[in-house]
Design a protein around this ligand. Structure first.
Ligand code: MNH
Length: 505
């Protein structure tokens, strides 16, 4: 049966594995060297559950299971099976594992709500118009403005002869963007040396939610006592930040119709109900977290690939020059016209979908892909990085970065449900258009302004905290137009001397 835990304040007690509900579990392969009690620990590192699963997937095939500390999980990634799981009449989102561990932070907010909780539909209907075309066009100037703060910062780094901290700066950018467009708030991220304490607290709670899966649940309170205390403090800080923000808005009597205004004032179109104060708090936290962490990763991976594929960068830049000319402020409609830049982003999300898995549960007794019986409530994780590398869909060169996989003809020729970075069905990402607009806009602005120079010694390493993020990624910049492209990237470190920057357009 599905977990039915609706008390948001009770700390999660850890989760039963997949055994109940999979009558033929024994036929699903698992890694060798399984230990009694401990499970599959060989080849498993608690810091990299997703990348470990990807390695196991390659050896074990399109459906496999892993067991740790008595909990067993079924993973699927074969395209045919993942497509079957996308059938909304037989499967639904499962709130389990890392997501259920976030219940104390985000309660019945949109992302963490159980399907049966009334606040899901209520909040979905109230908030969906905030992601429609008209609303998006309203966010565009604010996105442009925040992007300007990023390029100001990068101009300063460049003038000082320094490289840039890509994941750090993309996190600053995306946090400021969602805070500004959603809540009329300014965290001052670009004016700070270190990340805003809100980010530190958020990363803390995400990391803790991931860690809770890696210890035997009865022992969690003991083993994680210090971490649990830290986590409680992090949650308290998130709540305080959000409560201040809401109080300030109530005092000022309304913003410009942003997300927060909707949360506070909009009645449900049919029932007339409003979101409760507690639910608003959960939604604000949900949107501040879900609204920036994954987009920041997506931008960071894309910048990494652009720096490693000068041919791709040149093509993308030529498109930006052609579509935008040198208008300092491209309009809303000029972003969707950047088809190739968008393909670069899609291809980055294919290789590194920054929300790397989603869970699906059977709505009734059923047989998955005609092969695996599942009882009602049985669930499995769709391992997106492997679905996106299935050679039967993506070919023998699935590991290579090639944005042309997303040209219109290639997309039409592919089976449906093979590219799922935003999840599937009615619980798929509500912020998809928001993320794609923001990321395409920013990539284009950066390509137009800078040459991105990779450190040849850098090897992509990926850190996991429920989401994926390249770690230690720094790039060097040359201001375009003033510098001949460096034929050879600098050998290493911060030694690149920047050329004087051009006067502004
Ligand atoms: Mn987002 C759900 C990926 C950007 C707000 N998001 C999901 C899911 C995935 C996902 C996958 C489904 C998870 C599941 O099935 O359990 N989201 C992304 C990625 C990006 C992203 C890869 C950026 C790239 N998400 C955003 C942005 C926002 C946002 C930006 C907000 C502005 N996402 C959400 C919310 C949900 C969600 C809210 C939950 C929707 C629901 O269940 O109704």
């Amino acid at each position: 049966m599905a977990e039915r835990e609706s008390d948001a304040v009770t700390p999660p007690r850890g989760f039963r594995g997949a055994e109940p509900g999979w009558p033929e579990l024994h036929r699903i392969p698992h890694p060798p060297y399984r230990l009694p009690l401990l499970g599959d620990l060989v080849g498993a590192d608690r810091h990299t559950p997703v990348q470990d699963s990807v390695r196991f997937a390659r050896r074990l095939g399109p459906v496999f299971r892993r067991k740790a500390f008595g909990k067993e999980f079924v993973f699927v990634w074969g395209a045919r099976i993942a497509a079957d799981m996308a059938d909304e009449s037989r499967f639904a989102k499962h709130v389990g594992l890392g997501i259920a561990n976030l219940r104390p932070v985000a309660g019945d907010g949109l992302f963490t709500a159980y399907n049966h909780e009334p606040n899901w539909q209520r909040a979905h209907d109230v908030l969906a118009p905030a992601f429609g075309r008209e609303a998006m066009a309203g966010y565009h100037p604010m996105m442009l403005d925040v992007a300007g703060r990023l390029t100001d910062h990068w101009d300063r780094e460049l003038a000082a002869g320094r490289g840039v901290d890509v994941p750090g700066d993309m996190t600053r950018l995306t946090l400021e963007t969602i805070a500004r467009t959603g809540f009329g708030h300014d965290f001052g991220s670009f004016e700070r040396e270190r990340l805003h304490p809100f980010v530190t607290a958020m990363v803390g709670t995400l990391g803790y939610a991931q860690r809770l899966n890696t210890v035997p649940s009865p022992l969690a309170p003991l083993l994680l006592r210090r971490a649990a205390r830290r986590n409680a403090a992090d949650i308290a800080f998130l709540n305080r930040t959000v409560d201040d923000l809401v109080r300030a808005r109530r005092r000022s009597g309304g913003g410009d119709g942003d997300l927060l205004d909707r949360m506070l004032d909009t009645a449900h179109p049919l029932t007339g109900e409003r979101l409760s104060a507690e639910n608003v708090r959960y939604q604000v936290i949900t949107f501040l977290v879900a609204g920036h962490e994954t987009t920041s990763g997506a931008l960071s991976f894309a910048l990494h690939y652009l720096s490693r594929h000068p041919d791709v960068a040149a093509r993308a830049r030529a498109e930006v020059d052609r579509v935008w000319g040198d208008t300092p402020a491209p309009g809303y409609d000029q972003v969707a016209k950047l088809r190739y830049v968008r393909r670069v982003l899609d291809e980055s999300l294919r290789l590194w979908p920054t929300a790397p898995a989603y869970a699906r549960e059977a709505r009734q007794d059923t047989v998955l892909a005609g092969e695996h019986p599942m009882r009602r409530g049985a669930w499995a994780l769709v391992l997106t990085p492997m679905l996106h590398r299935d050679p039967e869909v993506w070919g023998a060169d699935a590991e290579e970065f090639d944005p042309d996989r997303f040209d219109a003809g290639a997309v039409r020729a592919r089976a449906p449900h093979t590219f799922k970075p935003f999840g599937t069905g009615s619980r798929a990402c509500i912020g998809r258009q928001f993320a794609l607009h923001e990321a395409t806009l920013v990539l284009a602005l950066l390509l137009r302004r800078y040459d991105l120079v990779a450190d040849p010694d850098y090897r992509l390493r990926v850190t996991e905290r429920l989401t994926l993020m390249p770690s230690g990624l720094r790039l060097h910049l040359n201001r375009r137009g003033t510098s001949r492209r460096t034929a050879q990237p600098p050998s290493s470190g911060d030694r690149l001397v920047s050329l004087p920057s051009a006067p502004d357009e």
